[in-house]
Write a protein that binds this ligand. Structure first.
Ligand code: 3HC
Length: 282
């Protein structure tokens, strides 16, 4: 068992995936969410993914049991007592992030470091809701978190060197490669990736078939997934919100969100999770 005790706040796709990444790397984790069903769903997904590894012969049943023994779930922020590092992965809305950070700050020990998995919001603004802005920074994971190799590191204005070094060492220890990012909307990956996905949506609006756009990028640029497949995979709502963040953050028309994405979200076509996006899912 590793020395640092970890809490992951939020049991959605990202929170559950980050918790899985940490327990697989030997850390003890409590996954906290105010919604009990979200915790149950996260647990089921993690167990399913680990079962798949056992079936494929990539992991023994004993290793699986050992990994799962390091994971607990809670709906109570009192569980933050004794935690060294909190990883926040709640929905990407500044008000929700600020409210969550303020709550974490009031329950966590004084020594506790808090990181946000925001995909582009201001770390300094989130940190300002706590009495410990020097112990706050951003660590942006990618979906699916247990598989994707990268984590972006973002320092807020007040983040101390000590916090940065400790968090960086932890992220490397959970087998991620790190890059330092400016505290600007979209950091590095989303600033490049999301406008590409947005442009793919414009092509569809202009009459291209989604299959053609995706095949073109898979075969012509060697991307593992086409940009529209990827929109459906991460969620059209998430993708649109990230694009809006770039547009509003830089006040630059080059980041104008594609109106088709807006209409799809209004129609409830959110991608895989809703059964329909650029493609249909059973
Ligand atoms: N959750 C967890 N693990 C998953 C998963 C999921 N949703 N989907 C697949 N995996 C795992 C599988 O279990 C398998 O693990 P194993 O090797 O231990 O058996 C491994 O990934 C490979 O899966 P498959 O063989 O089934 O499928 P592929 O080889 O086609 O890989 C993929 C799937 C890794 C998702 C690949 O298609 C890919 O890399 N796609 C691009 C993903 C990407 O670009 N993500 C970034 C999105 S942007 C983002 O996250 C930023 C945010 O802020 C919006």
């Amino acid at each position: 068992m590793k020395e640092l005790k970890i809490a992951v706040i939020g049991a959605g796709l990202m929170g559950g995936g980050i918790a899985q990444t940490c327990i697989q790397a030997g850390y003890e984790v409590v996954n906290i969410d105010v919604l009990e069903p979200a915790l149950e769903k996260a647990n089921n997904t993690i167990v399913k993914l680990l079962n798949k590894k056992v079936e494929k012969g990539r992991m023994t049943a004993e290793e699986k049991a050992d990994i799962l023994s390091r994971l607990t779930f809670s709906t109570d922020f009192q569980s933050l007592k004794g935690i060294d590092l909190v990883i926040e992965a709640v929905p990407e809305k500044i008000e929700i992030k600020k409210e969550t950070f303020s709550k974490i700050d009031s329950y966590a020990d004084e020594k506790t470091i808090i990181v946000s998995n925001t995909s582009g919001l201001s770390i300094s603004e989130i940190a300002s809701t706590t009495k410990r802005p020097e112990k706050v920074m951003g660590v942006h994971f990618f979906y699916p978190a247990p598989v994707m190799k990268l984590a972006e590191l973002i320092r807020g204005i007040a983040t101390s060197d000590e916090t940065y070094e400790l968090v960086k060492a932890f992220v490397i220890d959970i087998q991620k490669e790190v890059v330092d990012c400016p505290e600007l909307p979209g950091f590095i990956v989303n600033r490049i990736l999301v406008p590409m996905m947005n442009e793919a949506a414009f092509l569809v609006m202009e009459g291209c078939k989604p299959e053609d756009v995706d095949n073109a990028m898979r075969l012509g640029a060697n991307h593992p997934m086409g940009p529209l497949e990827l929109c459906d995979f991460v969620g059209i709502d998430i993708m649109l919100a990230t694009m809006k963040g770039l547009y509003e953050g830089f006040k630059d028309s080059k980041y104008r969100p594609c109106p088709l994405l807006d209409n799809m979200v209004k129609a409830g076509c959110l991608g895989r999770k809703s059964g329909k996006g650029f493609y249909e899912y059973k």
